[in-house]
Write a protein that binds this ligand. Structure first.
Ligand SMILES: NC(=O)c1ccc[n+]([C@@H]2O[C@H](COP(=O)([O-])OP(=O)(O)OC[C@H]3O[C@@H](n4cnc5c(N)ncnc54)[C@H](O)[C@@H]3O)[C@@H](O)[C@H]2O)c1
Length: 479
């Protein structure tokens, strides 16, 4: 065979082999692509199956979430849908906070002080009566404020939402969260350098404790521990904590005026007992972890944006609605008396306590460098007034007589009188209550008629819109 023919034949064979190889490679590629599609589909299906299984078995984990609520809300929307365009943050584990960056930006902006030397304060119970007022006052003087509240339905949550909107309009974020959410508290306190915590979240109300005792233990005992834990062991540096105790800790004490040195070991209600327990718990966190802690014993705080369950508020509502009110008399025939304290005076006291709270001395490692301040102060008005006098002032301001029913005070929580000695608060931060009951109630009634659109002079005294009266609302003259 000629050499050229042999070469051509050899080339042909090589080309043929090459073509076979190419065909095989193409086939393999096809196979790989087909199988990776199959693998992808299988993975998607498996993931979906896992999500469905998880949702079926752990519905509570999926629904246990909190929302970041900085913007004014439309009254008709539900809390969750209202903020669905914002971060919807899971609270089950620290890794599942969803859009954490946006959340942290909002919180940090709200927490940032607006002037040199100002405080950065986490206010728990910020959508509550005292919390909302304190948050506004702190903000107004340039402090950074982040609020937190669980918006529970102990009294009309729409009032809490209205306070939240007021705070949002002043740039204060109120997180929709529970103080028992330890993961959230840890994250908040480790991520944001709060200088102070003003802890006001609690289950308030003296007589309601007989109906819902566990709510008091959950918020006032377990919640307080969760708060102290986060502040003592997860914040670096530790903030100073100022928290709300109550005049109710004086319980069956008969010495007057009530001084911080008097006995507080005879609480007359479970509410009082949880506040007293709180004071003991505060002692232990101060002792062990060097946490700076100040307890404030408030005396019957009243004023605009107040608490609908308290006597002055519910009496105003009943007077306007023409419904009877119940007044208590002691067994020996004396009127019950309260040291009614106007909200602005209490706010000044809270800010004074924050400003003078010394530093905590502990660190995340659990070591403290020395003793930290542990303080307790009465914040009252120093002049007890018969509840009948409070009713007479309301009647005058509302232009309508109350239908009074006078009964002997049952021994289920209330005490016959309260009377504060505030000399310690006066000495340490210049606390001087300055508002008479007449003036304070006038401010309250001005707000009340505006907020509920009450027609006081038109003769009808109708409560419009928002003030749908809750059935059997518990009242407490002091809580
Ligand atoms: N108002 C008074 O006369 C008075 C008297 C003595 C003591 N105090 C104490 O002062 C504090 C403030 O009282 P207030 O009158 O503003 O009451 P409030 O009920 O208006 O405020 C408390 C707020 O805490 C919130 N809260 C309750 N449990 C919570 C939880 N587990 N997690 C998150 N938020 C929770 C509630 O939703 C509420 O908005 C309370 O600790 C109360 O016990 C008040």
């Amino acid at each position: 065979m000629p050499a050229g023919v042999v070469d051509a034949a050899a080339k042909g064979v090589k080309l043929e082999r090459h073509a076979v190889l190419l065909r095989r490679a193409a086939g393999a590629k096809h196979l790989v692509s087909a199988s990776s599609h199959l693998l992808f589909r299988a993975t998607v299906l498996a993931t979906l199956a896992l999500v469905v299984l998880f949702a079926v078995h752990y519905p509570s984990l999926l629904s246990h979430s909190f929302t970041l609520s900085a913007a004014p809300a439309s009254p008709s929307s539900t809390p969750r849908s209202r903020h669905s365009h914002r971060s919807l943050l899971g609270s089950g584990a620290s890794s599942s906070y969803g859009r954490g960056a946006a959340w942290e930006r909002e919180v940090r902006r709200s927490a940032t002080p607006r002037r040199d030397g100002a405080l950065s304060v986490l206010v728990t119970g910020a959508a509550g009566f005292v919390g909302a007022h304190c948050s506004l006052a702190l903000r107004a003087r340039g402090d950074g404020v982040v609020g937190l509240d669980n918006f529970n339905a102990y009294y009309d949550p729409s009032l809490k939402r209205a306070r939240q909107r007021l705070l949002a309009s002043r740039g204060v974020v109120v997180l929709d969260a529970d103080i028992n959410d330890a993961a959230l508290l840890e994250r908040l306190l480790s991520a944001v350098p709060f200088t102070h915590v003003l802890h006001l979240a609690a289950q308030a109300g003296v007589r309601h404790a007989m109906r819902a005792p566990q709510a008091y233990v959950a918020s006032n005992v377990a919640g307080l521990v969760a708060l102290f834990e986060a502040a003592a062991r997860h914040a670096d540096p530790q903030p100073a904590v100022v928290w709300a105790s109550s005049s109710s800790v004086y319980g069956l004490n008969t010495e007057a005026p009530f001084s911080e040195d008097h006995r507080t070991d005879r609480p007359a209600s479970l509410y009082a007992a949880t506040k007293k327990a709180g004071e003991a718990i505060a002692h232990s966190y101060n002792h062990i972890y060097g946490l700076s802690i100040t307890g404030l014993r408030f005396f019957t705080v009243y004023g605009p944006w107040g608490r609908p369950d308290m006597a002055y508020f519910s009496f105003a509502r009943s007077i306007v609605a023409g419904e009877p009110i119940t007044l208590f008399r002691t067994a020996d025939g004396a009127d019950a008396r309260r040291d009614f304290t106007y909200i602005d005076d209490v706010v000044r006291g809270c800010l004074g306590a924050l400003d003078t709270a010394g530093k905590s001395t502990g660190s995340k490692s659990g070591k403290k460098s020395g003793p930290a301040p542990l303080r307790v102060y009465n914040l009252g008005n120093t002049s007890p007034v018969p509840v009948t006098r409070m009713v007479a002032i309301l009647e005058k301001l509302l232009g309508k007589k109350a239908h009074k029913r006078v009964v002997t005070m049952p021994s289920n929580g209330d005490v016959p009188f309260t009377h504060a000695n505030v000399s310690h608060a006066a000495r340490d931060f210049g606390y001087r209550p300055a508002t008479s009951l007449e003036d304070g109630l006038r401010h309250f009634v001005d707000w009340f008629v505006r907020y509920y659109k009450v027609n006081v002079r038109g003769g009808g005294n109708v409560l419009a819109g928002k003030t749908a009266k809750r059935k059997s609302m518990p009242m407490s003259a002091a809580s």
